[in-house]
Write a new protein. Structure first.
Ligand code: HEC
Ligand code: HEC
Ligand code: HEC
Ligand code: HEC
Ligand code: HEC
Ligand code: HEC
Ligand code: HEC
Ligand code: HEC
Ligand code: HEC
Ligand code: HEC
Length: 320
């Protein structure tokens, strides 16, 4: 009993210690916050907030931001609950100040877009300040971050509805840079992405992913099982390549072969199988009408229909 009590005291003390003494990370956070506060106090934000800006920028697209989630003043996390326009564009007295006659107006501190004078990294920092949460935990080091893609290469903030957030308008945003996928998705057999039924972001995480190719699942197959759960099994008789990687046989975006196949049976199957051991009639012999069953119609699939695996007690040959 004494031992227990001592243990409790020890735990209690260590909890007390943990709450009383800030960790190094907490201290760093605090310091950063103090620095931001100090910078904020020094910065010359417009006296009348967004009203200052809206005096001149009284038309769309500038005013569209007022109809977005960023402009919800009642939500303390939003730009409009803070320095309004200048939460994103930075304190910009040089821009709002009345210049000398004929003098060119200096741009705001932060401008966005491909032609902006603000470097991409600085543009992204503005967004990351508020959005560096679990949803974008893999952004740093992701293919997009590494290639210098800006948040606003995909996101459009001065519109009432950001096109990249909707399945129907999202593909066009991606196609701006990924032309090959546009072509693939127009092939006869394709995932219905152009049709607005499947979004790129259902298979990919554009903000980064621990996988190759920015996949949304932890493997290719896990990505596919999100919608094709029946292919997960378990099966009594598994088919090796199916377990391994769906893209051994399928291409994800589009194909000229039916069912998004990379190749047609029998060629698809013959990459791995020779059919020499087949029983009579399936060995390549012609039947009475002169057909070779593994080469015509659905070829191998005429007989081996359960190519993804079988649960039939005698389905060892993936035939039922
Ligand atoms: C006195 C008028 C005036 C005020 C006040 C004003 N602007 Fe401007 N702003 C302009 C003019 C003029 C331009 C340049 C013409 C153009 O491209 O629209 C401009 C351009 C911009 C641009 C585009 C810059 C670029 O290089 O792409 C942004 C962003 C901007 N303003 C934001 C703001 C913000 C934020 C505020 C408030 C802090 C503000 N403006 C206040 C007149 C004003
Ligand atoms: C959440 C961040 C954010 C806030 C808040 C914000 N902007 Fe912007 N602004 C941007 C981004 C990003 C762009 C680049 C174009 C785009 O994404 O729509 C931009 C572009 C602009 C432009 C150039 C538009 C063009 O295409 O010619 C002007 C002008 C502008 N903003 C003014 C304002 C004004 C005025 C406010 C406040 C009423 C404001 N912005 C608030 C992020 C913001
Ligand atoms: C001052 C903090 C702040 C800044 C700066 C900021 N955001 Fe936001 N953003 C928010 C908040 C808060 C929301 C609303 C989140 C919610 O409703 O859950 C939001 C929402 C969004 C959404 C979702 C919009 C929707 O309609 O669902 C996107 C996309 C977004 N922000 C992108 C950006 C980008 C890109 C930038 C940089 C140009 C940026 N934000 C800058 C705070 C910020
Ligand atoms: C390659 C395009 C692309 C880039 C670059 C990108 N996003 Fe996104 N973002 C998207 C897509 C697509 C969605 C919708 C995701 C979904 O539907 O699952 C989204 C959703 C969001 C949302 C709303 C939902 C959420 O996840 O909270 C926020 C906020 C956001 N992005 C912020 C950012 C910020 C900040 C950056 C830069 C660090 C960024 N995005 C860069 C494509 C992009
Ligand atoms: C501004 C241009 C741009 C936009 C817009 C864009 N990307 Fe990218 N994307 C890139 C670049 C650059 C790379 C890295 C180089 C490469 O591998 O092509 C990349 C890489 C990728 C990769 C990884 C490729 C690999 O080989 O690992 C995927 C997946 C991807 N993007 C999907 C998307 C999706 C989905 C969208 C739309 C939500 C999108 N991208 C929008 C430019 C863009
Ligand atoms: C059904 C799921 C799915 C959808 C929807 C999807 N992709 Fe993919 N994508 C994948 C898979 C899986 C891979 C990896 C292929 C591989 O490794 O052979 C991939 C690869 C990529 C690559 C890298 C290509 C390469 O050859 O390295 C890019 C870029 C890409 N996708 C962009 C997009 C864009 C843009 C969209 C929407 C217009 C999209 N994807 C929609 C599953 C999908
Ligand atoms: C977000 C859901 C979703 C994900 C994730 C997904 N698919 Fe699909 N898949 C669909 C839809 C929807 C269809 C079209 C079904 C229809 O037309 O009846 C489809 C159709 C198919 C088809 C049949 C095409 C045809 O023409 O008959 C194949 C093969 C396929 N998907 C393979 C995959 C593979 C491989 C993956 C993983 C890389 C994957 N799917 C990921 C939704 C998804
Ligand atoms: C990437 C190589 C690969 C491809 C492509 C492939 N298979 Fe297989 N297949 C295997 C392997 C490995 C096995 C052995 C055991 C297993 O199922 O894991 C197998 C087993 C089989 C079996 C059961 C054999 C037995 O001994 O019970 C049949 C039937 C079969 N495959 C048919 C097909 C058909 C039909 C196709 C084309 C649609 C095909 N395979 C494509 C690799 C492949
Ligand atoms: C060994 C080659 C092979 C592999 C690996 C493979 N498939 Fe298939 N898949 C096929 C063939 C062949 C068809 C066409 C069947 C037909 O025409 O009857 C097909 C058809 C499909 C279809 C459409 C018809 C149906 O059965 O629903 C979907 C969806 C599908 N596959 C998903 C997947 C998924 C998900 C994976 C990974 C878990 C996968 N496939 C792995 C060969 C393969
Ligand atoms: C007319 C029906 C039929 C067609 C068409 C057919 N098979 Fe078979 N296959 C069989 C039967 C029946 C067996 C079982 C033989 C046994 O149990 O000894 C078999 C066995 C197999 C096996 C396992 C035995 C071995 O040889 O290792 C594989 C692998 C196989 N087939 C692949 C294929 C491929 C690949 C094709 C297409 C090129 C194909 N089959 C076309 C009926 C067929």
């Amino acid at each position: 009993m004494r031992l227990f009590r001592r243990a409790f005291i020890a735990i209690g003390l260590s909890l007390l210690w943990a709450t009383a003494v800030p960790t190094a990370a907490e201290a760093a956070d605090k310091e950063a916050a103090t620095q931001v506060a100090a910078a904020d106090a020094k910065a010359e934000y417009a006296a009348n907030g967004e009203q200052t800006c809206l005096k001149c920028h009284d038309k769309a697209p500038a005013t569209n931001i007022l109809h977005t989630k960023h402009a919800v003043k009642g939500d303390a996390r939003t730009p409009f609950a803070n320095h309004q326009c200048e939460s994103c564009h930075g304190a910009s007295p040089q821009h709002t100040r009345k210049g000398a006659e004929g003098e060119k107006r200096a741009p705001p501190t932060v401008t966005f877009g491909p032609k902006a004078s603000t470097p991409v990294e600085e543009q992204n920092k503005v967004c990351e300040g508020c959005h560096e949460n679990s949803a974008r935990i893999s952004w740093k080091g992701s293919q997009h971050q590494f290639a210098g893609v800006a948040c606003v290469s995909c996101h459009d903030l001065h519109t009432p509805r950001d096109p990249v957030l909707s399945k129907t308008s999202q593909p066009e945003v991606c196609f701006n840079c990924h032309k090959q996928q546009r072509a693939e998705l127009h092939k006869p057999s394709h995932h219905p992405v152009i049709e607005g039924k499947v979004g790129c972001a259902e298979c990919h995480n554009p903000h980064g992913s621990p996988t190759d190719k920015l996949l949304s699942g932890i493997t290719v197959n896990d990505t596919c099982y999100q919608c094709h759960a029946e292919k997960r099994g378990p099966f009594l008789w598994e088919h090796g390549p199916v377990r391994e990687d769906c893209t051994i046989c399928h291409t994800p975006h589009g194909s000229v072969q039916p069912a998004l196949l990379k190749n047609r049976a029998p060629f698809l199957c013959q990459q791995c199988h020779q059919i020499g051991h087949h029983p009579f009639g399936a060995r390549g012999d012609t039947d009475l009408a002169g057909f070779q069953p593994q080469l015509v119609g659905k070829a191998c699939l005429n007989c081996h229909q359960q190519v993804h695996g079988s649960n039939h007690p005698s389905g060892v040959r993936n035939m039922r």
